[in-house]
Design a protein around this ligand. Sequence first.
Ligand code: ZN
Length: 406
Amino acid sequence: MRQLITAAQLLPGPAGQQIEDGALLLEEDTIVAVGPRIDVEAHAGERVRRSHFPNHTILPGLINCHVHLALDAGSDPLENYLATDDDDLLLGMTGRAQQAARSGITTLRDLGDRRGLAFRLRDAIARGDLRGPRILAAGSPLTIPRGHCHFFGGEVSGEREIRQHIHDMAERGADVIKVMASGGHITPDSPPMWATQFSADELRIIAEEAANVGLPVAAHAHGSDAIAAAVDAGVSTIEHCTWLQNGGGGYDQRDDVAKRMASQGIYACIAWPPDWRGFMDRLGPERAEKIVERFLWMDELGIRLIPGTDAGLRDTRFDDYVNALELYAHVGFSNGRIIEMATVTSAEALGVGDSVGQLLPGYSADIVVVEGDPLLNLSSLSQIELVLVKGEYMAGSGTASKSFDA
Ligand SMILES: [Zn+2]
C-alpha cells in the first residue's frame, strides 16, 4: 500500500532547499513523489496510508561514513573484540547496527572488521531476514605485519599479498577496500599515528588492484606523507585526514596536496567521535583553534568533508550522531550544510548518490522524521519520531498513533 507522510517541513537534502507543509509519497521501498502537501496529496489516490507530523521535519536518513560494528563502544572495545567468538560478535554487531538505525542512521559504512562478518550482516539485512540499516562494508583493512588494526586480519607484505588480499575481499563481497596508510592509536606496539605504513608505490598498487575489481579505496591517513601518497595513488576517501607532520608533535598542512585532493574529488572523512569537546579540552584552546582552522582550510581549498564517528571505539556509541555533527557547527557551518554533508555529500562519497541521501522520486525510502526544526536547532535530529529504511519501519512512536487509512 502507498504511504503518504506529511509534516510541517520537509528537507530534501541539499542545503538551501526546504519545503514548508511538505509531503512524501512512498510505494513499498521507493519514494514516488515529494513536494508541497497540496500537490503530493493530489497524486496520492484513494488507497493510501497517511501519517501526519504537525510539528516535525521530514529529511533523508542520515549516513555515518565511518564505523566499526565489530567494536562494542565500551570501556575496552579491543579486549572485548579479542575475547568474543565470531557468532557472538555477529550478534553484537547486529544489535549495534539496529541501534544506529533507530537513531536515524539509515546507511553506515563499516571500515574494518574480521572474517567478513559485516558482509554477512549486510546480506542478512538486504535479504530481509533482519531489520537494520543499509551497510557498506570493507571487511579486513590492509595493514602491514603487526601494523595498525592488524587484529582485523588484513596483514599483507609485498605486492603479491596486497593483490591477493584485495581479490579475497572483492570475492567475499566488499563494497570498498580499506587501507591503513598510516599508523593509528588503538593498536599496541604498532607504528605511531604520523608514520606511513605503505610506500607510495604500494598505495598505487592497492588503488590499481581495487580499480581492477571495481572497488573504491578508503585510506586511513593521519600523517601528511601518508595523505600525499594516498592522493597520488587516487583513493576515494581519506579517513581522519589529520595532516600530522613527520615525527609527530605538530601539523603539516600542504596546500599543493590539499588542492590536488580537491581537484581529484577525494573526500575527507573526519571521523571525530561525539565527545570531540572533551578531546578539544584536553588539547587546550590554542591547539583546538588550530584544528578548527584546519577544517576551514580544507573547506576553503574545496575538499569535500564527510562526517563519520569511528563508532565502536571507546565510549563512541552508534546512536549519538548528533553530538558528532555539532563539531561542524562549532567550526562554523550552517545546520543546512551539516545536514547536506550527512546525507547528500556522504551518499555521493560512498558511491550511492543515485539512490540514497536525498528525498527525490525514484530514490530509496530511507527517511527520518524528527520533532522540531533541525535548521534552527541541530539537536532536534535526536528527537526521532520515525525511521524508515527502504520503507521498512525501524523506529519511532509516530506511525501507530498518528496514521490512519483512508
Ligand atoms: Zn576507524
